[in-house]
Every structure is written in structure tokens, then in C-alpha cells.
Design a protein around this ligand. Sequence first.
Ligand SMILES: NC(=O)c1ccc[n+]([C@@H]2O[C@H](COP(=O)([O-])OP(=O)(O)OC[C@H]3O[C@@H](n4cnc5c(N)ncnc54)[C@H](O)[C@@H]3O)[C@@H](O)[C@H]2O)c1
Length: 326
Amino acid sequence: MKVLVTGGAGYIGSVVAAELAAAGAKPIVVDNLSAGHRPAPPQEAPFIEGEIGDAELLAETIRKNEVEAVIHLAASCLVGDSISDPAAYYRNNVSNGLSLLETMRAAGVRRIVFSSSAAVYGNARRIPIDEDAPTEPINPYGETKLIFERALHWYDRAYDFRFASLRYFNAAGATGDRGEDHDPETHLIPRVLKVALGQAEAIDVFGADYETDDGTCVRDYVHVADLARAHILALQALDRGSRTFNLGGGSGASVRQVIETAREVTGHPIPERLVDRRPGDPPALVASFNRINHELGWKPERSDLRPILESAWEWQRAHPEGYNDD
Ligand SMILES: NC(=O)c1ccc[n+]([C@@H]2O[C@H](COP(=O)([O-])OP(=O)(O)OC[C@H]3O[C@@H](n4cnc5c(N)ncnc54)[C@H](O)[C@@H]3O)[C@@H](O)[C@H]2O)c1
């Protein structure tokens, strides 16, 4: 199957594109390299540098490559940025996303797997969070993901689109050639490992007085290879109907547990610095992945904290400057 992967030069998209190629499908990558890296996607995938909102370019790409389905990962994804500049998030995640849907509709391509986010749930009232939990985003990033999910729902009803909305929790870890290289890096695991590499003095802990076992926030980490595998399963199941699935490792880890495991894995003391809470950080976010487990047989295989940290550490040690493609 020929699959257009938007955002395929990004952290998760490049692993998804590689997984598609390994599964015998043909990934075609579109990325504007605003946050992605040219060396990240697999070599065999045609690479088109451009905007998902460029309808002409996308139409031509779909036609030339006989695209049959789209995995849509391209997005702006920094929560803090989305609060200070919501317009940019509505423009990219909503307007550009809708332009992509319209280009697909005009081309008769009606199958899409969408990278949604746990951010659609906001402050979850119950843990673990299942897909029927209320969707009450608390920032524009989560809001724009939810708007796109809703558009998919109505495109299904009116135009026979088939979609899978995959609500990722915290993607983490690395595969042999591909890892996390964001600038700025806001994710805990790469930040902790940067301290171990000597690129930062200490890791900031944003509050240690939450109602959790050790007082620090609990998050659900899912290995990027487990995530990528779920995309293939979701793509194969699209003809059975549109679905929304959580993707998480299923057990939470606190900030302190992450730091402690990173100390064990790296052998580095990794000093920490306790700072104020960040506004809007819920104490705990943990997924139930029962639905995708029952319906598609997916379960996390590499998402324990240790293999996540070991793989991320291996990648970061081999690529201390990331992809170094600036
Ligand atoms: N990383 C996580 O933990 C996480 C969690 C939940 C959801 N997600 C979602 O997963 C997707 C991928 O996340 P990631 O961590 O790999 O982010 P990333 O920033 O590494 O990848 C996104 C890619 O999209 C590209 N892009 C952005 N806007 C574009 C546009 N208009 N046209 C073309 N390309 C564009 C960027 O250059 C980048 O390569 C995003 O949609 C994100 O919202 C990520």
C-alpha cells in the first residue's frame, strides 16, 4: 500500500515511515522540516519538502505516487507555545489539516490515521483514562487535536472517510537509527539524558507536592516502536470502520522514577533541581489501552521504563548533537 506520511521527518513520523517500509508498504514523506530532520525518514521513501497546507503540491504528490491512505502526523506540538500563540496552532493543526482533508477528498483518498493526543482529555477525572472519558482540553494544542478528530467524524458520516484517531500519551525511546531531537526539547526523558551527557547541569522537577506516591507528576510513556506498530494495525483495520484508540504503556511513571531509572541506566548522578509547578500540569495521566488491545490485538512490548531509557540513552550517546543537520 502507498501511504503518505505527513510529518515523516519528525520523531514519531520517521519511525512510522520505517515501520511501513519494513512491513512492505510504500511510505511517501511530506514534511516542511520546521521541526523535522532530513536524514530521519527511511532512504527508500520519496521525500517531498513542503507544507501540508499547499493543496497543489499535495494533490500532485498524491496523484504521482498513487497514494491510497494517509498517516497524518504533521502538527505543531508544544503545549506552552500553543498557549502563548494559539493562532499558529489553529493555523497549522486545524486550517492546514483541513486543507489536507480537502485535498484527499478531491483525490478520492479516504483513509487516514491521525496522530491525536492525550491532551484532548485535559485534567482527567479518573485514572486510567479510557476513550469514553470526557474530552475537555485545557490548552489550544489539545483543542486543535480535538477539532481535527471531530472533523474526521463528520467526514466519515458525509464522505465515507475511514479514520483511526490515535491518542498517544507520552512517546519515548528510540529505535536503532531514529530518536528524539527537538529544539527546544520539552520532553522529560531526553532532557534527563542531556544532563547525563553533560549538556545541562541539572534536571528541573516541576513540583514535588502533587497527590502522587512520591509527590511528582505521573505520566504514561509508550515506546515509539510500539506506537509505530499500532499505526500499521490501525491502517489495516480501517476498512472495518472508523475508531479512536488510546496508545499508552498502561502504567504510569513519576518524574522521580524516570530520573532514578535514568541514573541506573546511565551510571550518572543526574542532579535535580526542584522548581515551581507549571500551571496546567495534571498530577497523573495514565492510559487504558484495553480498546486497541481487544480490537486490534495491540499491546505495548517495549514500553517499560527501562527499555525506553536504555534505547533513548543509546541513541543520545550515539547522536549527542541529534541529527546534526542544521
Ligand atoms: N511526542 C509525543 O509524545 C506526542 C504525544 C501525543 C501526540 N503527538 C503527536 O504526534 C505527532 C508527531 O509528534 P512528534 O513528537 O514526532 O513531533 P515532531 O515535531 O518531531 O514531528 C512533527 C513533524 O511535522 C512537521 N510539520 C509540522 N507542520 C508541518 C506542516 N504544516 N507541513 C509539513 N510538515 C509539518 C515537522 O517538521 C515535524 O517533522 C504530532 O502530531 C503530535 O502532536 C506526539
